[in-house]
Design a protein around this ligand. Sequence first.
Ligand SMILES: [Zn+2]
Length: 129
Amino acid sequence: MHKPCPCGSDKDFSRCCEPCLKGDIYAATAEQLMRSRYTAYVVGDESYLLSTWHSSTRPQQLHLESEPASQWIGLKVLASTSGEAHDSDGRVEFIARYKINGKAHRLHENSRFVKERGRWFYIDGTLKA
Ligand SMILES: [Zn+2]
């Protein structure tokens, strides 16, 4: 059964972000990690978000369930800089759209990622207007 991946890749969930969320594979590129983290927000997978957050910037908890429910509508990756399998850092610029209480919002962010011991981690992001 085809279940499109929430990250908007046009791939099947089971062949896109799900293996990362389940811990079967590590994201090979910064963009793949960014996509899988977006999907983790969509499905509310707090432990995946924390485990892919770099220890230097990682919050203790995310409180996903206590925040006003965001309904994620879509992800668009605008640009990737480095972040390939042979790189050790990278940046991904994206726009994520979501609704809170029926009101639409967009998050335009330039995220920084680093690879340590073969695994990509999210460091932080700069918001764009
Ligand atoms: Zn995906």
